[in-house]
Design a protein around this ligand. Structure first.
Ligand SMILES: Nc1ncnc2c1ncn2[C@@H]1O[C@H](COP(=O)(O)OP(=O)(O)OP(=O)(O)O)[C@@H](O)[C@H]1O
Ligand SMILES: [Mg+2]
Length: 368
């Protein structure tokens, strides 16, 4: 879906404002604390009904207001669409698509995919493996929606196995009773790992090439790491059986794709452990752009990219390369305190949005 407009009411520092996005690049510029990140957050909220910044959603409601409302308008091949989200702390969100109430926005067919770069998201590179697993699972779901169910089914089967493990530990069930579960878990686990490996293959080369363009030197690799050697479900089930003593000692399933990871290496060393902050930033950017390119190649659906404060730490040459990469597919919104930091900022096809304290309270359109 092409996102055309977002209207926000009582969201963070915005009382009432409306922003029109460009067809390609939109630059959101303004002084520190003017509301740039808040605007990206509002766009993300409109696309996902979540924040990328906080899990405490009451922070989203403007100080002194009781509720917030965000409305996103856009179009795709079957016409105009409108997503509206109302939120009042302590109450369920009211989500609607084209006026019809919706339980879960993430399953909605017209929802724009969205991808965020922000300082907080560095965790994806340097944080726990769980974050990268969740991320690659989201990429699988975006690339091949029909395969998204495997992740859920695996999670459910794993929870059942773990529950049974507890019963065995407590002497309330026999270890043999795990057998049938192991085969089911292995069948799902093999599928899950294969989906993740396939998704990783789709982005690995693109990642390396974008990372090099953005100045990350050395021999780079992106790979899916699994400890399993199994090539079929029986093989993985045998590995589960071999891990059983350890599982019983620890009280959870210690082996399987729920322990896998996505690894970025530079000169064979894990960037998570050895990369500098700047290198990790570039890796994150390259990863997100590689994913967008893979989606553009695989599906006709590229994510809206929201990049918060991405230019400030790159030198001029690399800023130019990033700007080139960003305008290749789809829509991108970039925040910056200085317009001049973004090469090509004054081009005719770039939309510029000036964020000013006045504009965010007058109900005025922010687009310049
Ligand atoms: N719930 C809220 N109600 C009112 N104001 C809020 C709320 N949450 C945050 N703010 C204010 O919004 C202002 C703008 O924040 P924002 O993070 O969008 O700034 P920014 O333009 O991204 O700044 P920087 O360039 O420093 O990153 C801040 O001054 C903050 O105090
Ligand atoms: Mg900011």
């Amino acid at each position: 879906m092409q996102v055309e407009r977002v209207r926000v009411r009582d969201f963070r520092c915005y009382e009432d404002a409306e922003v029109t996005l460009g067809e390609g690049l939109t630059l959101v510029h303004g002084a520190n604390a003017s509301g740039k990140t808040n605007l990206l957050e509002a766009l993300y909220f409109a696309c996902t009904a979540r924040s990328f910044r906080t899990s405490n959603e009451r922070e989203l409601v403007r100080f002194g207001a009781a509720a917030t409302r965000v409305v996103l308008e856009g179009s795709d091949e079957d016409g105009q669409h409108e997503i509206a989200i109302g939120f009042s702390p302590g109450e369920p969100k009211r989500i609607s698509l084209d006026g019809a109430p919706l339980e879960r926005l993430l399953d909605a067919p017209h929802r724009p995919l969205v991808s965020v770069f922000s300082p907080d998201r560095l965790e994806l590179i340097k944080g726990a493996p769980r974050l990268r697993r969740a991320h690659i699972d989201q990429l699988v779901a975006a690339l091949w929606p029909a395969r998204a169910a495997t992740r859920r089914s695996y999670g459910e089967a794993l929870a059942q196995r773990n529950a049974l493990l507890q019963r065995v530990r407590a002497g309330r069930a026999d270890a043999q009773s795990l057998r049938p579960w192991d085969l089911e878990l292995a069948t799902l686990g093999l599928d899950l790992a294969a989906n993740r490996e396939r998704a990783t293959e789709r982005i690995a080369e693109r990642f390396v090439s974008h990372a090099e363009d953005l100045g990350l030197d050395g021999a780079l690799t992106l790979s899916y790491r699994t400890r399993s050697q199994a090539t079929d479900a029986e093989g993985l089930a045998a590995e589960f059986a071999a891990a059983l003593p350890n599982d019983l000692a620890r009280g959870y399933s210690t082996h399987g794709p729920h322990r896998d990871d996505l690894i970025v290496r530079r000169d064979r060393r894990d960037l998570r452990a050895y990369g500098s902050q700047g290198e990790q930033r570039v890796a994150l950017l390259a990863l997100l752009i590689a994913e967008r390119d893979a989606l553009a190649a695989e599906r006709d659906r590229v994510p809206l990219m929201l990049l918060d404060d991405v230019m400030s730490e790159l030198d001029v040459g690399h800023r130019g390369r990033l700007a080139d990469a960003l305008v290749k597919h789809g829509q991108t919104v970039v925040t910056t305190s200085e317009l001049e930091h973004v090469p090509g900022w004054d081009a005719d096809d770039v939309a510029r949005v000036a964020v000013e304290p006045l504009a965010r309270t007058t109900g005025g359109a922010l687009t310049r």
